[in-house]
Structure formats: structure tokens, C-alpha cells
Design a protein around this ligand. Structure first.
Ligand SMILES: [Zn+2]
Length: 287
């Protein structure tokens, strides 16, 4: 079974095929498990799947794909959140999630929490971990104490928690999912990006603290006055090698704004802040 596949891009296909050859994998005897709908995990699966393979996936993300994910909807939301018009033009032709996604329709075998996939002497249990995406799902092998984390926990980068619609509170769900995984007895984490690592509990506490600091930072930004999400993002601190917000590449501003919206939503749901529409823009203030 292959877990997550990379972008729908020739470089990813070449790397995947080289890896499969090295391992002697017979692709006709291979199933797929995709942790979540993001294109860097799901994009290539359509080019790898055979008539004899199953793609395991989760219900919420499958529904989202079925309903259609339209860049225009995201752009509309970004505009509402104060994203500058000129920079939206750049987003519309450079968003990697749309450039490298699969154009084919996929058939999924849907799994949910505690469902298991048995492969020889491995039993992988599904662990629902919504937050990074609505349906994000990890795998846990209790006897080997191995945890396949997707983008739920990463070692030296923070998984993005982002929002472009108003329909859910992803940060609340994400923090709850972190608490859930904290309870598991894990020795080795296999994440979707960068290095494998041990001791996820320490990392989980770091991630929780990171988000608490972010929330505090946003409150202190709003103490100085009402702002839209783009303005909030521009005043937050980002670990990036550009000297000022104005120098950030547009896609980085995009991801930063999505991240700011998720944190603003969390504070709004908690009753710490509220939003109003003003000149067709959402503006946030402290309560
Ligand atoms: Zn992701």
C-alpha cells in the first residue's frame, strides 16, 4: 500500500517510479491510502491507480472533491478578507493546489475512525484527525507503535491550519485532534513531509503552544485597531527569509492570510472577537 502520492507532476512521477522500482513493488498489487485531499498528497494517485487497486480515503474530503473545489470561490473569499485585487490575479494562475491536481475522476473506498487495513502482519487503524483538512485521517499501527501522520503533525515545520469559507472552525478541530493523538502510544511518526521523528508528545505540546501564541499575537494586533484578515496576516510574525511583508511572494501572502482567517474564526467562535462587513470587506474587532 502506498500512502500519499505527491503532485500530479512529471518530477513526482519520475521519483515515485524510481522508488517503486528500487523496492520491487508490483503496482498491480498495490492499494493506496490518501490522508487528505491536498494536491501534494492526492494529485498523482490517478496516474498510478490500476484496475486492481483500491484508493482508501475519508468521507468529508471525498464530499468536498465531489462538490467541486473552485478557485473562484476561494478568490471571492480572499477578496472579502482584504486580499488586494492585483495580487489575486497572480493567485489565479499560480496556485499549486490547482496547477498540479488530478483532472481525472477517482473512485474511493471510504473508511472512518477505527476502521482497519490489514496488510500481512500490520494492522493499520484509521484515526480521524480533522483540522489540516476537514477529513484528514492518519493511520496507527498499535503493535508496532507506528503512526502515519499525513500533515497532522510534522517535525520541524507547522502544518497549516487554514480557512477560506465560514462553515467550520478548523483550529478548534485541529487542537482537538492533537489531544486525541497525544493519547496514543507512539514510538515512530511517519509524516507527510520532511523527516520521521520520535516522541510526538513533545511535538504536540509545541504545536499547541505555537497556536496559542498565534492567537495571543492576533489579539494584540486587534488591540491596536480593527483589521481585515489580510491586514492581520501582514502584521503577524512569519518564519520566512523576506525582510518585509511586501516582499513576500503572493502565494506566501495567500497561505498566511488563510492561516490568519482560521485563527480569527477560532477567536470569533470563542466570543473574543467579532466581524462586520464594511465596504464589502470583513473587518474584525475585539469584543
Ligand atoms: Zn496538506
Amino acid at each position: 500500500m502506498i500512502i500519499d502520492t505527491g503532485w500530479n507532476q512529471q518530477e513526482c512521477m519520475d521519483a515515485m517510479q524510481t522508488g517503486l522500482r528500487e523496492l520491487g513493488v508490483d503496482i498491480t498489487k498495490t492499494d493506496f491510502f490518501i490522508t487528505h485531499l491536498h494536491t501534494d498528497h492526492l494529485g498523482l494517485v490517478a496516474s498510478l491507480v490500476t484496475d486492481t487497486s483500491t484508493i482508501y480515503f475519508n468521507q468529508p474530503d471525498a464530499e468536498r472533491i465531489k462538490a467541486g473545489i473552485f478557485l473562484d470561490d476561494l478568490i471571492h473569499s480572499a477578496r472579502l478578507n482584504g486580499f488586494p485585487e492585483k495580487e489575486l490575479q497572480t493567485v489565479s494562475h499560480s496556485h499549486p493546489g490547482f496547477r498540479f491536481r488530478s483532472k481525472k475522476q477517482l473512485t474511493f473506498h471510504i473508511l472512518g475512525g477505527d476502521d482497519a487495513i490489514i496488510i500481512s502482519d500490520y494492522a493499520f487503524y484509521c484515526v480521524e484527525t480533522p483540522g489540516h483538512s476537514k477529513g484528514h485521517m492518519c493511520l496507527y499501527e498499535p503493535s508496532k507503535k507506528v503512526f502515519v501522520a499525513g500533515d497532522h503533525i510534522l517535525s520541524d515545520i507547522t502544518p497549516t491550519v487554514t480557512l477560506w469559507s465560514d462553515e467550520w472552525d478548523p483550529l478548534k478541530e485541529y487542537l482537538r485532534s492533537l489531544d486525541k493523538v497525544y493519547e496514543l502510544d507512539i514510538e515512530l511518526v511517519l509524516p507527510g513531509h520532511r523527516n520521521t521523528f520520535r516522541n510526538p508528545r513533545e511535538r504536540i505540546l509545541e504545536l499547541k503552544l505555537h497556536h496559542q501564541k498565534r492567537l495571543d499575537e492576533i489579539i494584540s494586533i486587534l488591540e491596536k485597531g480593527r483589521r481585515n484578515a489580510f491586514q492581520v496576516a501582514s502584521r503577524m510574525t512569519w518564519d520566512i527569509m523576506y525582510d518585509s511583508w511586501d516582499l513576500f511572494p503572493v502565494m506566501q501572502k495567500w497561505f498566511a492570510t488563510g492561516e490568519a482567517i482560521a485563527h480569527l474564526k477560532y477567536l470569533e467562535e470563542k466570543g473574543t472577537i467579532h466581524k462586520e462587513i464594511e465596504e464589502q470587506r470583513q473587518v474584525y474587532s475585539l469584543n
